[in-house]
Design a protein around this ligand. Structure first.
Ligand code: FAD
Length: 472
């Protein structure tokens, strides 16, 4: 059954309603999860004549691609930038006839202010400021991730980033903190440049530096190929939505998978509402946290189950703000800020297709700051972010409005933004993430070896689709 985008949700609902609760739907392959990896895997299989049925827990498509279309320019609550080296995703966008826009130059239009210890620090005062714990030779540098990354890049022992999971790289699978101490950084320098607006983990202690060695090498390849940060006009969520429109098989929304049972001839996928789907093979594309609620019979191999249960996920909350007037013209600071508050890092949104006008602000709160917002709940979290902004910038008082909020850790179908690695986990768990368990195959960004983000999701879909084609 082929569904147009317009009729998609309604038709899915009708499909569910018309089917007896315990009826079995038969297919060659069931794909669990209609995010980028699941849909792309389904597309590849369908192209080879395989009968695929998709089962998605949410009432929408796209998973961690979620475009806030109620806001001007459809800014991204989830996956944001398509980088230069994303061969698969860029090709897919082309095949689907989508227009992409390079936002990288717009990101540089506004100056980002440093706000620490309760005030904005004018840039000329930063080198001598008492909260400046930059290394002596770098006092004037902007603190945070870019500075940290420059140090990793200068000391990256991996000649090829793909070798991160090779046995020889095991010696590098230790904490970011240990690595930075070896570079001569004090705990205060680490706190300023790593733990504040943290890139990965919740502190420098619980993140593996090996994953940064991979990341920095991979980033360089992205920019060497083309220095762009592309977004799909109308929102990145359009990619999975368009794939679904072109898919010949059914896509069932609001079907939360709760159990997967295999026997000698096939696999039953059982949903919370009691409906059952049966196929020769299953592809699971869900992230790890929701997979912890799925009952497998027989049980998954012990190492695979341990990987699913133990690997952490990054926490990021996004608060979208609009400003009734450009108050930044009054106080002379740029609207974007890098802060040590639960508001996190504030970036300027310029989302319209043919304009560089400011369409809003986005506050990204990470790690333990995201946990603080989660503890408050959405309403109080948004109020806190606005009050923190107003405290730092009195000129903003009464001019900011929260228009969108997303906690990825609190999203039951994601449980975080992406998979992370504690020190020592790479070589313990990496080999088990992508491995099949009988008739169940696994894709998703966390199972990729040579990419991150959307391109990792697409890489994993290709690997998984070919794996299934080999055994069908
Ligand atoms: C805040 C944020 C920023 C990001 N920024 C970038 C970026 O700039 N560039 C980049 O390349 N990537 C970025 N990413 C990552 C990128 O969005 C993801 O890597 C990619 O979308 C993951 O696709 P996936 O198919 O692996 O997983 P998902 O999109 O999570 O798909 C899995 C699907 O499984 C479904 N599911 C879960 N549990 C069940 C269940 N029990 N039953 C049925 N269905 C279930 C989910 O609802 C979901 O639809 C970002 C992600 C986030 C959250």
């Amino acid at each position: 059954m082929k569904l147009s985008r317009r009729t998609f949700v309604a038709a899915s609902a009708a499909l569910v309603a018309s089917r007896p609760l315990h009826a079995k739907t038969e297919a060659d392959v069931i794909v669990i999860g209609a995010g980028l990896s699941g849909l792309y895997a389904a597309r590849l299989l369908a192209d080879e004549g395989v009968k695929v049925v998709m089962v998605e827990g949410r009432g929408r498509l796209g998973g961690r691609l979620e475009s806030y279309r109620h806001l001007e320019g459809a800014p991204e609550a989830g996956g944001d930038s398509i980088l230069g080296g994303y061969g698969r995703v860029r090709d897919l966008a082309d095949q689907l006839g989508l227009t992409v826009l390079n936002h990288r130059p717009r990101g540089r239009l506004s100056k980002t202010e440093i706000a620490l210890g309760g005030s904005v620090i004018p840039r000329d005062q930063w080198p001598d400021h008492p909260l400046n714990y930059m290394p002596t030779e770098s006092k004037a540098a902007f603190p945070g991730r870019r500075f940290f990354e420059s140090v990793v890049a200068a000391n990256n022992p991996l000649e090829a980033f793909e070798s991160w999971a090779d046995p020889e790289s095991k010696k590098y699978d230790r904490s970011v903190h240990a690595f930075l101490r070896e570079q001569g950084w004090s705990p205060d320098t680490i706190n300023l440049n790593y733990n504040t607006n943290i890139g990965r983990g919740t502190s420098a202690h619980d993140c593996s530096i090996l994953t940064w060695f991979f990341r920095i090498g991979w980033d360089k390849v992205q920019t060497d190929i083309e220095n762009v940060a592309l977004k799909v006009v109308g929102g990145n969520q359009t990619i999975p939505e368009r794939i679904a429109v072109e898919l010949p098989g059914d896509v069932h929304l609001n079907k939360v998978v709760s159990a997967i049972h295999q026997d000698a001839a096939g696999v039953n996928v059982i949903c919370e509402d009691g409906s059952t789907f049966r196929a020769k093979r299953v592809i699971n594309s869900t992230p790890l946290p929701p997979l912890r609620w799925v009952n497998f019979d027989p049980l998954l191999p012990a190492e695979k189950a341990a990987a699913i249960n133990m690997l952490p996920s990054m926490k990021i909350n996004k608060v979208f703000l609009t400003a009734s007037e450009p108050f930044w013209d009054d106080d002379g600071f740029g609207p974007g800020m890098w802060t040590d508050t639960p508001m996190g890092q504030v970036a300027v949104l310029r989302q319209l297709e043919n304009s560089t006008a400011v369409t809003g602000l986005i506050c990204r709160s990470r790690g333990i700051m995201a946990e603080k917002l989660d503890a408050l709940g959405p309403k109080a979290a948004q109020a806190l972010v606005i009050s923190e902004y107003e405290k730092l910038r009195p000129a903003a008082k009464g001019k900011l409005k929260a228009v969108g909020y997303k906690s990825w850790a609190k999203d039951r179908f994601a449980g975080g933004t992406w998979m992370e690695w504690h020190p020592g986990q790479v070589h313990q768990f990496q080999p088990h993430l992508a491995s099949a368990a009988g008739r169940i195959h696994f894709c998703g960004e966390h199972t990729a070896q040579s990419n991150r983000g959307m391109e990792a999701a697409a890489e994993s879909a290709e690997r998984c689709a070919f794996e299934v084609l080999d055994v069908l």
